[in-house]
Design a protein around this ligand. Structure first.
Ligand code: SF4
Length: 63
């Protein structure tokens, strides 16, 4: 398990997360990350998106 967190203050709008998993991530009009589901299942795709994020805005809190 684990809890996905997206820090919109850190996000630089690179969009890597959306390209990696558009079922979980979206971007608002300014390009800043939005989670489509507040508590998505943290699967391999989500982990790939966290790894791909260049700003460090995404993190997974392991429980
Ligand atoms: S990959 Fe990171 S910096 Fe880029 S939009 Fe997603 S959260 Fe923001």
């Amino acid at each position: 398990m684990g809890e996905l967190r997206a820090d919109r203050a850190v996000c630089i709008g690179a969009g890597m997360c959306v390209m990696t998993d558009d079922a979980v991530f979206d971007q608002d009009d300014d390009g800043i990350v939005v989670l489509l589901n507040e508590n998505p299942e943290v699967d391999e795709k989500v982990r790939s998106a966290v790894d791909a994020c260049p700003s460090g805005a995404l993190s997974i809190r392991e429980e």
